[in-house]
Design a protein around this ligand. Structure first.
Ligand code: FAD
Length: 420
């Protein structure tokens, strides 16, 4: 087996695997290095549910992965209700107002994992389980040393794509500086069954301890709780770190009561909650996500608070623009790994991800606070949102991932030179 690749993707999680699918129709030799065995339970595909934006749905459709998701099960979000616990003010976003069937879709991470499953082929080589030990960037190529099947191997590539999550081993090896800060909050996730049906409505509720999201989430085909199809929700409860032990220690009924109290009895009564899992939350991103022969995508470039469900959506937009950058350079017979070509990718992505990082951060800081001027400000904000349709439209478009310049894949245009 030759050890030279056009592109090596480090990390076969949601974002790295999506890039491999996006590039599969191009005449490229691709290697994927993934630390976990890809045929076993993978930590990225745990019991979390992912709210996919309308834009992500279009990208997944174009790279040939949406059909599998649709067959296994996804739940359209038709309405989003945003409110602030204990205060007046609230806003409602509707798919009908935006002229679409759904503002987005809720999909189990495990379903996304199955839809993105990678298999070795003529132009795709999987190294799994394997990790990168060392990497050197040369003008014409990158050199990597990996451990695979218990032995060391040397690989070369014209471009290394770091999709290895936060804090990114590749970034650490190359000495990239990250901006990082803890939110002092932990996300607690659980699957909740309520007596009232979800009616395809998502709730985004801000509370003094942190934001809380209830996403409508019909069970995928063959799942044990399928009898509760229309009463099933995925909860993301972001609580202050000092409250987490107490919340995690509650028995199921106490936990549901505490949740009902925070939701303001909107979806009461709540009937059951699955095992809770906690994720400490931090913001963590690179100021520059390219350098000559290296590009960072997904959480390796930017890991954000899950308040607005934007992490994977941002990562998919990275995938779409990086694939477009590579395809266009390849089609013109140019070297896609150079700084010059990667600059195009960076120029397309940076404004979007800085905007999402900024707005997510602002949302968490402003809505997790009990200072009266901030309460007044956020209620004014929600009330204004409710009264001003153009502002509501802007927010809806941002949540749908349809603001700003759209990639070719999100616009339904195949990549240049692709045979898929
Ligand atoms: C509670 C919660 C809820 C969320 N909800 C949403 C949502 O509703 N919508 C949304 O869009 N996003 C959501 N997200 C964010 C989303 O889960 C992440 O953005 C996404 O999983 C990032 O994928 P990734 O592939 O970039 O990184 P990861 O999933 O971290 O994958 C990185 C991969 O790289 C591998 N790796 C790491 N180091 C190495 C190495 N040295 N060598 C080889 N391989 C390596 C790892 O094994 C892993 O497979 C949520 C996150 C959380 C925590």
């Amino acid at each position: 087996m030759s050890n030279h690749f056009d592109i090596i993707i480090v990390g076969g999680g949601m974002v790295g695997a999506s890039l491999a699918h996006a590039l599969k129709g191009l005449p490229l030799k691709i290697g994927i290095i993934e630390a976990h065995p890809l045929d076993h339970d993978h930590p990225s595909y745990d019991s979390r549910a992912i709210a996919l934006s309308h834009g992500s749905y279009k990208i997944l459709k174009q790279i040939g992965c949406w059909q599998a998701i649709a067959e296994m099960g996804s739940t359209p979000i038709e309405t989003i209700k945003i409110s602030d616990r204990g205060h007046i003010g609230g806003a409602v976003l509707n798919a009908v107002d935006e002229g679409v069937d759904a503002l987005g879709y809720v999909v189990e991470a495990a379903v996304i994992g199955k839809a993105l499953k990678l298999e070795s082929s003529d132009n795709l080589t999987l190294f799994s389980p394997a990790t990168v030990l060392a990497m050197t960037v040369h003008p014409e190529r990158d050199e990597l040393t990996i451990t695979h099947n218990g032995s060391e191997q040397s690989l070369t590539a014209k471009l290394v794509v770091a999709a290895d999550g936060s804090p990114s081993t590749i970034g650490q090896i190359l000495g990239e500086k990250r901006v990082t800060r803890s939110y002092g909050q932990t996300a607690i996730i659980s699957t909740i069954i309520s007596r009232p049906p979800h009616q395809n409505t998502a709730y985004e509720r801000f509370t003094d301890s942190g934001p809380l999201a209830m996403l409508p989430n019909t069970a995928p085909d063959g799942w044990p709780d399928q009898q509760y199809d229309s009463q099933r929700w995925s909860l993301v409860w972001s609580a202050r770190d000092d409250q987490v032990d107490e919340i995690m220690a509650l028995d199921e009924r106490q936990f549901l009561d505490a949740l009902e109290l925070r939701l303001g009895r909107r979806i009461a009564p709540l009937l059951s909650a699955s095992k809770r899992i906690a994720y400490p939350l931090r913001i963590d991103y690179l100021r520059d996500h390219i350098r000559h022969r290296v590009a960072f995508i997904g959480n390796a470039a930017h890991a954000i608070h899950p308040v607005a469900g934007q992490g994977f959506n941002l990562g998919l937009r990275d995938v779409a623009f990086l694939a477009e950058t590579i395809a266009n350079a390849l089609n013109d017979g140019r070297d896609f790994g150079t700084q010059e070509h990667l600059n195009y990718y960076s120029e397309q992505r940076k404004p979007d991800y800085l905007k999402i990082i900024g707005s997510t951060d602002m949302l968490v800081q402003t809505f997790s606070n009990n200072l009266s001027p901030l309460i007044a400000l956020r209620n004014l904000g929600l009330a204004t949102l409710e009264r001003l349709p153009p502002l509501r439209h802007l927010l809806a478009q941002q949540m749908m991932g349809t603001t700003g310049k759209q990639s070719q894949l999100a616009s339904g245009i195949p990549l240049a030179g692709s045979h898929q």
